[in-house]
Design a protein around this ligand. Sequence first.
Ligand code: KG4
Ligand code: ZN
Length: 332
Amino acid sequence: MIVLGIETSCDETAAAVVADGRRILSSVVSSQVAVHRPFGGVVPELASRKHIEAIVPVVRQALSEGGISQAGLEAVAVTQGPGLIGSLLVGFSFAKAFAMVRGLPWIGVSHLEGHINSVFLEPDPPAFPFTALLASGGHTSIYHVTAHTQFDLMGQTRDDAAGEAFDKVAKMLDLGYPGGGIISKLAQEGDPTRIPFPRSYLDRSSYDFSFSGLKTAVGRYVRDHSRDLAARIPDIAAGFQEAVVDVLADKVIEAAIYKNCSRIALVGGVAANGRLREKVTVDARKKGISVYLPGHDLCGDNAAMIAAAGYHHLANGARSDFDDDVYSRQAL
Ligand code: KG4
Ligand code: ZN
């Protein structure tokens, strides 16, 4: 089944053509980062307008790069939520209209389910069940995944998402937006042990996260060392990153052990973090657990993962219809 995927939940306009939920024929991502950078974060109204400008060219490009005509498509999958309502509406309304005028089956997909399915676009995907850490700008959660469309939430952040913490720390240090990539690059030049930032494990038996204390600690350090901050930035970046990575790695490995699971997948924008990938892989191996990592392009928001998740719903006979609408939040 050849599925057109569409994703517009935040600040990326994306379209992809994917065969059978596994094989990417094309994946186009048009980023709005340059538009939002001067504001230090995503401006929802600007994001919606940019999606409207980009959606038709991005879909056209995905079809042409995939070598598929509109008539060659067999179904459409689109992000239904969670995300920014105005942004979601652009992709969702486009997909609804596009599918309905062509009489194609179509399905609204959870963005989170999309991220989890991103590992199936790699050549060697995990068997079920596996433990997934989803860490992005909006979410930090651990799931026990038993099928493409079935997950149990084991824990989630009680305050900031991991990616959000990276973005906020980058902002405190005046490093630009989005912060994840910038901080991880600077961290390579720093010593992660020089500044001992706190690790919040909450209750050790819980798989919940909290990053607000760490963020406050970095803020206090920045304030107390304002006179010679520049020279300390690599150590701050490295110390902060190590604190986030330690907690994420320990919790996802403990969650896998608790579920007797020998496979872990890291997904979402923060899964592009080199130190996180390395630490989880090394520590999990010592416990006999294999780690599955989507390529960097599949960690950040993209439409191939939406087409992949949508395919499994469509194959199970699920369909969206005319009355369906987007949603901003999701309890999953
Ligand atoms: O999945 P994603 O593209 O969008 C959401 O669904 O939120 O994730 C974006 C988040 C941003 O907060 C960004 O700073 C973070 O992922 N990120 C990273 C890295 N690359 C992107 N965080 C840490 N290290 C990275 N290398
Ligand atoms: Zn995302």
